[in-house]
Ligand binder design. Structure first.
Ligand SMILES: Nc1ncnc2c1ncn2[C@@H]1O[C@H](COP(=O)(O)OP(=O)(O)OP(=O)(O)O)[C@@H](O)[C@H]1O
Ligand SMILES: [Mg+2]
Length: 112
């Protein structure tokens, strides 16, 4: 199993969710996060003064899937969440040791 952890623009979450539903990868966790990438935040102007916004709000999407589905999900997120501008986000692929359904104690990728 692989956890696909994607940090993307919040306004792209709904479109990504719908695209993932279409390939039966509908279970996911979404959180509102703040972060910075290689530009280390953004510099803004306000009343003639410059100030730096260090951490920019983003949404984090976590989806645990069987190994063979991960690349398809990466593809979908890259296509749907892309605006072509800096700050479109990043995806991390993380190996998952096991998954357990609390209600039944079933394990493995069949519970995803
Ligand atoms: N190396 C990293 N570790 C953890 N989180 C990261 C890392 N890089 C980016 N992020 C997270 O992803 C968000 C979006 O990053 P962002 O898209 O700005 O990446 P980037 O590398 O700066 O690419 P770009 O040049 O397209 O902006 C960041 O705000 C941060 O939350
Ligand atoms: Mg950036």
């Amino acid at each position: 199993m692989i956890k696909v952890e994607a940090i993307i623009r919040s306004q792209k979450i709904d479109a990504v969710k719908e695209a993932l539903d279409a390939i039966e990868a509908g279970s996911m966790t979404v959180s509102e996060v703040r972060g910075r990438g290689q530009q280390k935040g953004i510099t803004q102007q306000w009343r003639g003064a410059e100030y730096v916004v260090d951490f920019i709000p983003k949404s984090k999407l976590e989806i645990v899937v069987p190994d063979e589905k991960a690349e398809k999900i990466v593809d979908i997120i890259c296509n749907v969440a892309n605006t072509g501008n800096i700050g479109d986000g990043k995806i991390f692929l993380i190996p998952v040791k096991d998954a357990i359904r609390v209600r039944t104690k079933e394990r493995g990728d069949r519970i995803l």
